[in-house]
Design a protein around this ligand. Structure first.
Ligand code: 5GP
Length: 116
């Protein structure tokens, strides 16, 4: 069940400020408050969905496609499609997801540590 009190819901409603990158009626992108890389962006669809599974099950394909198009636009804004980046989403207990509103992390701006 979606919890309307989560921090990202409050960022969407402007109760909490953020370092905004891009926003429209469907999505919002802003800088992570505790960056794990030189560039650490959070990308969020405004639909009340908890994680990726919830997003693809609840929202139609147009909305899912739209979100990924906007991710690509933000990548281009920071030239990350040229320099490289990492796209992450956390879901469920094993991932330690902290904020229960679906979001992606976009990490880049420097050489990232290897995953293996
Ligand atoms: P998660 O573990 O849920 O995938 O990641 C949540 C992310 O949200 C973390 O990287 C954390 O630093 C970030 N975060 C938590 N609270 C805030 C906030 O109030 N503002 C911003 N900009 N980022 C936040």
């Amino acid at each position: 069940m979606y919890n309307k009190d989560n921090i990202f819901a409050k960022i969407i409603t402007k109760e909490i400020p953020c370092d905004l990158i891009f926003e429209d009626e469907k999505v919002i992108f802003f800088h992570d408050i505790r960056p794990q890389a030189k560039i650490h962006i959070l990308g969020i669809p405004k639909a009340e969905v908890i994680n990726l599974s919830d997003f693809v099950q609840t929202c139609g394909q147009d909305e899912v496609y739209y979100f990924f198009q906007k991710i690509y636009e933000v990548l281009r804004k920071f030239n990350l499609q040229k320099t490289g980046y990492r796209l992450i989403t956390n879901e469920g207990v094993n991932s330690n997801q902290e904020v229960p509103h679906f979001h992606v992390h976009i990490l880049g701006g420097e050489k990232l540590g290897s995953l293996n």
